[in-house]
Write a protein that binds this ligand. Structure first.
Ligand code: SIN
Ligand code: CO
Length: 397
């Protein structure tokens, strides 16, 4: 498989996709046009064994689907997870695809693979979905509203890329799948293991497995819709505003049936006053780090300061961000740093900022390197809070 000039450590973001530098990729293709990059991402071996992927689909906390291409497209069958053993043991006469969402939340190697895509800010990463398909299987022509990298893991897949779509694009009558009625093929590629296809939001695409055991890794990104931005910001602000505060009369319009321009102006003034850099940053930090699966139990065995000191003294292993944990930080106007993790805001004491920045940017720190970052008790206290909530953990490597 490709060995582009990427660094050795698995958590260092890629500098190249195949022969293309990430800088060129971002300026020429990202959010602009699709591109197929041969040997786009190097990996030594499959990110997950097929058995393990199927095993995940049996777990109640894992989001999965099995799509069977039975007969006409409108009759394609979708079974939603959790699946049962019988779903896999069944002899199927038709091609089928198993799709497992958020695999990075459960499998460390897959989380590490996602980490390579942090040449885009980490709050933009959504998840890695992994599909397993039999020959001839596909999920049909569709579009996604987010950027996606489709990386061939095993076997071969043909991808066709079509037109730009919108909410007005006609969909087939299917109650579970959003499939396009019209698909104009503009480009076609056959992907082999390691090849990568980037597809910007709203671009139609259709994949068909050309071999059995066709495994595709989809790296998906999140970007809030403007509708969500307004709703979620308003929601966050509303929890901060006392119910005692009410709109004050601004003088009345001469006609009783009229809402006056003064009333509208007063409402606008109140709303505009909510839009401060602090309010927007506070809301967005929480919103953009919300857990994909809030119900997942992250709990890690609690550690006290003495145990932490012993680990640091040993100087062995690494401190890692837990699988599925989202964290990001902002600098406030007063120079303070706020860490956002799983939708929570944690104001960071000044003596802990160097440590917080390091873990939020690198996602892994060698224990021997964290000693200077933890010189102050405030930094150790932050580490203990994050560790004991299960957001960080110590591992051998
Ligand atoms: C697949 O892996 O089969 C589907 C991925 C996608 O089209 O988004
Ligand atoms: Co898609």
């Amino acid at each position: 498989m490709s060995s582009s000039s990427n660094h050795d450590h698995p958590l260092i973001p890629l500098s190249h996709l195949g022969d293309l530098s990430v800088t060129e990729f971002l300026s020429d293709y990202w959010q602009k046009k699709p591109v197929c990059i041969r040997n786009g991402v190097a990996f030594q071996e499959a990110l997950i064994a097929v058995d393990e992927l199927a095993g995940l689909a049996l777990e109640p906390e894992v989001e999965s689907r099995l799509i069977e291409n039975k007969g006409d497209v409108k009759d394609w069958q979708v079974i939603h997870g959790p699946l049962v053993e019988a779903d896999f043991n069944k002899e199927r006469d038709f091609p089928w695809t198993l799709l497992v969402q958020g695999v990075d939340c459960f499998v460390p190697q897959v989380h590490d693979f996602l980490a390579k895509f942090r040449f885009v800010p980490s709050w933009r990463l959504d998840d890695i979905m992994i599909s397993y398909a039999t020959q001839g299987a596909g999920v049909g022509a569709h579009f996604d509203r987010y950027d996606v990298f489709l990386i061939q893991g095993e076997g071969q897949r043909q991808w066709q890329i079509g037109q730009a779509c919108s909410e007005n694009s006609a969909l087939m009558a299917h109650d579970q799948l959003c499939l396009l009625q019209n698909f104009d093929v503009h480009q076609e590629f056959i992907l082999n293991p390691g090849d990568l296809l980037y597809i910007p939001p709203l671009i139609a695409h259709k994949g068909v497995a050309m071999s059995d055991a066709c495994v595709t890794y989809s790296v998906g990104f999140r970007s809030p819709s403007y509708g969500d931005v307004l709703a979620s910001f308003a929601d966050e602000r509303s929890t901060d505003i006392s119910a005692d505060l009410r709109l004050k009369d601004q003088g009345f319009a001469s006609k009783s049936g009229e809402i006056s321009a003064m009333d509208i102006a007063a409402l606008m003034q109140f709303m505009q006053a909510q839009i401060t850099p602090e309010n927007v940053a506070q809301w967005f930090g929480k919103h953009s780090t919300e857990a994909k699966y809030p119900a997942l139990d992250m709990s890690e065995e609690a550690m006290d300061q003495a145990e932490l000191e012993a680990i640091i003294k040993d100087g062995y292993g690494v401190l890692r961000v837990s699988e599925g944990v989202r964290l990001a930080y902002t600098w406030q106007g007063d120079g303070g740093l706020t860490l956002f993790v799983q939708g929570e805001a944690l104001p960071c004491p000044p003596d802990a900022t160097v440590f917080i920045e390091a873990i939020a940017n690198q996602w892994v720190l060698e224990v021997e390197d964290i000693v200077p970052l933890l010189a102050h008790d405030a930094a150790k206290a932050m580490l203990l809070i994050l560790h004991n909530q299960g957001y960080l953990y110590f591992a051998d490597e």
